[in-house]
Ligand binder design. Structure first.
Ligand SMILES: Cc1cc2nc3c(=O)[nH]c(=O)nc-3n(C[C@H](O)[C@H](O)[C@H](O)COP(=O)(O)OP(=O)(O)OC[C@H]3O[C@@H](n4cnc5c(N)ncnc54)[C@H](O)[C@@H]3O)c2cc1C
Length: 429
């Protein structure tokens, strides 16, 4: 069997970051990607925060194909026929180094794969890994078709359903409440139209999140990100609530219905759908995280369960990139010791624990229980939007005193045991 130093399975952000860290280390590093090119099978919403990554990966961003830096945060609570939007702008978000960008993976990952190659790594597309080779409990290589390739260390960067993690005996049993299904369209629109519609300066971007009636009572929400000359519009629905939904719902239809809402229709008007994708998203946070190493193998990115719904934003890409780099650093040290056993690779878990990734995942460990609360997607967005609708409504009848009538309604809706319980839960994040 041919042998190299390191095989990375999966050429997404996690795998490529690990390959980049190792590419000039003198080791032979192969990143095997089943897609036609890196980025061809990768889906994200797509908003990335650079500041957490910069200390680990400082040098690559000037030339990176990022879309717009986000200066405007928009949150929309959707009732059935109305909605309430909160918009936030800050000069602080509009100063370099810009904290957050929108991103298209088909462009970014492809570019990053080229960077790895220039640095000395090998990214091999159209190469699917079918199995791990395990000898005496230690991972010693991979199988791809008829081929067997040995390695001192294998890195599983094969994404959310990581079969490598399963084969290595590391993955926890799947639970539907730990996953959501995401649907996304990329809609081409010229940059001037985007800037006018979203009231943005040149290169500035908006990130808009939606919750409420768009998911028809199911856990989930929508997103709309402005790219240079396209919009990323999508919906995410919890698998668990999808399973429980009666009558059954074809999720992709939710996106069509969402697009028909006037709040969206007028933003995407005249646009052309140029990409459609669907993918699972991690919602379980720390509760779904497997042990990220054993003899001869490390797990990175989604394969290691490193994803988090923080309610006001989704995190996964920074975790993928930084975990990839930490895995690379661990491998370099293991190489120095010439020891790729579990006890040697255990250092990776320590690096993860000391990094922002695990710290954030611990801090936000209760978001899952908040997300399981149906009232967040039904009652609250509806009550808020109805309140504003009634306050703003003027007709032939004399307008009633606002405080007296609306306060009575609000008290009825919010001064009860359920809301108190929800409030106590919210205090945990
Ligand atoms: C709808 C949606 C919205 C999201 N929004 C955001 C967001 O706004 N911000 C954010 O930070 N995160 C977001 N995320 C999460 C984020 O996209 C992921 O956390 C991130 O892509 C994980 O990167 P990865 O490299 O670990 O996995 P992936 O990008 O999934 O890469 C895995 C790679 O492995 C390859 N592969 C799999 N099996 C094999 C095999 N057997 N052989 C060879 N190759 C294989 C795949 O083709 C793929 O290229 C979102 C995710 C979804 C689905």
């Amino acid at each position: 069997m041919e042998k190299v130093d390191v095989i990375i399975v999966g050429g997404g952000l996690a795998g490529l970051s690990c390959a980049y860290e190792l590419a000039d280390s003198g080791m032979t590093v192969l990143a095997l990607e089943r897609g036609d090119f890196s980025g061809s099978k990768n889906v994200t919403g797509g908003r990335i925060y650079l500041r957490p990554i910069l200390p680990y990966l400082p040098g690559i961003w000037k030339e990176a194909p990022l879309e717009r830096h986000v200066t405007k945060e928009v949150f929309t609570a959707m009732g059935k026929t109305n909605s309430t939007t909160f918009e936030f702008y800050s000069d602080r978000f509009n100063q370099t180094p810009y904290p957050s960008y929108t991103i298209l993976r088909a462009k970014f990952d492809r570019w990053f794969a080229d960077l790895v190659t220039e640095k000395g790594g090998f990214v091999i597309p159209q190469k699917t890994v079918d199995d791990l080779i395990i000898e005496d409990g230690k991972v010693i290589g991979v199988k791809s078709g008829d081929e067997e390739i040995g390695a001192d260390c294998v890195v599983a960067a094969d994404g959310i359903l990581s079969f490598l993690a399963e084969k290595a005996g590391l993955r926890k049993p799947f639970q539907p409440q730990h996953f959501a299904l995401g649907f996304k369209e990329v809609i081409r629109l010229d940059s001037k139209t985007i800037e006018d519609r979203f009231r943005l300066g040149e290169d500035e971007g908006a990130a808009q999140l939606f919750f409420g009636s768009l998911t028809q009572g199911m856990m989930g929400g929508g997103f709309l990100y402005t790219n240079k000359d396209s919009l990323s519009l999508g919906l995410v629905v919890g698998l668990h609530s999808l399973n429980l939904k009666e009558p059954r719902e074809e999720v992709y239809k939710l996106l069509d219905t969402f697009k028909e809402r006037p709040e969206i229709r007028n933003l995407v008007r005249g646009g052309e759908v140029i990409e459609y994708s669907a993918h699972l998203v991690a919602e379980g946070g720390i509760h779904q995280m497997p042990k990220p190493y054993t003899d001869g193998i490390l797990l990175v990115g989604d394969a290691a369960g490193l994803g988090l719904n923080m309610l006001f934003t989704v995190r996964g890409m920074e975790y993928a990139m930084v975990s990839g780099i930490l895995a690379g650093r661990t491998i370099k040290k293991a190489r120095g010791r010439n020891d790729f056993s579990a006890s040697s690779l255990a250092e990776y878990e320590k690096l993860l624990n000391d990094s922002f990734i695990l710290k954030e995942m611990k801090t936000f460990q209760n978001t899952l229980s908040i997300l399981e609360n149906k009232r967040l997607f039904t009652k609250y967005p509806q009550v808020i939007s109805d309140l504003f609708e009634n306050v703003m409504w003027v007709d032939e009848n004399p307008k009633e005193a606002i405080y007296k009538t609306k306060m009575a309604e609000l008290k009825k809706e919010f001064l009860n045991f359920e809301t108190l319980k929800d409030w106590l839960l919210f205090r945990k994040i």
